[in-house]
Design a binder for this molecule. Structure first.
Ligand code: GLY
Length: 372
């Protein structure tokens, strides 16, 4: 099957995202011409390493490239100061230089941590993203956001923009994901249709079931279309001064729900995004911005795919609407104490606004909580 390439046009920081099957096996051929010497440092986690590290080593070795590897524990707790120090010190001990490649083999946690380590080590070394979750392939591996979490203040609060030099999104790896992880990533795929391409959303309504069944062509197209949309937005607004916030459709609600559920497996990030997108459309409809049918159509698609759709789908207790609104106040999109929301005039037509009355947000949450 053909490999698709999406170019991220950022001038001196431009790069390609390659998408398709077999890319880990072909990684040596992909990297060889970009390397100053045939040696890379790979950082992965225990779960991903078990499934994919040997295939990556073999792929690199087929082009004569050797790989030193560091394997970290899996999970969000790895995005910490302590692990950052460990990664940077290891890269220094391995004598990785600025023109060498550090390879991040993993999902969003590894991509964010390794990207940040690459950003600060020797004031910036080059790195390659080999994203192994659907969420990382369509979102976190592209666009150069890197970060660790602050122990006291929250997620992703310490980081830098540092673009990768190449992204290899091998869709074969999606076959090793649990159904729940795959669907959580699918929440981010749908987000792209909802924010900017009604045709893509309609395509997902028709083809979503093929994607979950493992159709390679459908998976490649869905990842490619998502990455194209992300690349186009990132090229317009690399450091999120304006339009890039569109990529956070559903995320203001999601961040509050993730905080309320203690970032536990009661709610995965992509599940929170799906519920958040449904709530953002509910809010848009309440404010008279989009048709009343739009939120129902969004929810119907998530439900048809077996994704969490409503607050009722989150197990355990949730705080009341007041407390959830307060948790939204911690969002990174707050400017001068004013929350910014991504709302929609319809499916495929989202926009960023600070002009949202608190009582409308409260009412949407209160109603959603009452339906639990
Ligand atoms: N995940 C949102 C962004 O990259 O801007």
């Amino acid at each position: 099957m053909q490999i698709e390439t999406v170019h991220v046009p950022l001038g001196a920081r431009a790069y390609d995202v390659e998408i398709g099957p077999g890319l880990i096996a072909a990684s040596g051929a992909r990297l060889a011409s970009m390397l100053p010497r045939p040696r890379v440092a790979v950082i992965t986690d225990e779960n991903v390493g078990r499934h994919h590290l040997e295939s990556l080593r073999a792929g690199l070795a087929s082009a004569g490239i050797t790989a030193e590897a560091m394997i970290l524990p899996a999970g969000e707790a790895t995005k910490s100061w302590g692990r950052l120090e460990q990664v940077v010190e290891w890269l220094l001990a391995e004598k990785i230089e600025r023109r060498d490649f550090v390879v991040a083999l993993g999902g969003g946690v590894i991509g964010d941590l390794v990207g940040f380590a690459a950003a600060i080590m020797r004031r910036g070394v080059r790195f390659v993203q080999v994203p192994t979750s659907l969420l990382a392939q369509v979102d976190s591996s592209v666009g150069g956001k890197t970060a660790i979490n602050s122990t006291a203040a929250g997620k992703n609060l310490i980081g830098a923009f540092h673009q990768p030099s190449l992204v290899l999104a091998d869709i074969d790896v999606l076959g090793t994901l649990t159904e729940r992880d795959f669907l959580a990533g699918y929440g981010e795929v749908v987000k792209y249709g909802l924010l900017g391409d009604a045709g893509f959303f309609a395509w997902l309504e028709a083809n979503g079931p093929n994607l979950s069944r493992g159709d390679d062509a459908a998976r490649t197209y869905a990842v490619k279309r998502s990455v194209e949309m992300k690349a186009e937005i990132v090229a317009r607004d690399e450091t999120e001064q304006g339009d890039r916030a569109l990529l956070n459709l559903g995320h203001t609600f999601c961040h509050a729900l993730e905080a309320a559920t203690g970032y536990s497996d009661r709610l995965l990030h992509g599940e929170g995004v799906a519920i958040g997108c449904a709530l953002a459309f509910e809010l848009s409809s309440r404010l008279g911005l989009c048709a009343q049918e739009d939120p129902s159509r969004v929810r119907a698609h998530f439900a048809a795919m077996g994704l969490k759709t409503d607050l009722a789908d989150i197990p355990g207790d949730l705080p009341d609407a007041d407390a959830l609104v307060r948790l939204m106040g911690q969002d990174k999109k707050v400017i001068d104490g004013q929350l910014r929301f991504i709302l929609a005039r319809g499916i495929g037509d989202a926009f960023v606004t600070a002009d949202v009355p608190n009582d409308a947000v409260f009412a949407v949450l209160d109603e959603a909580l009452a339906a639990r």
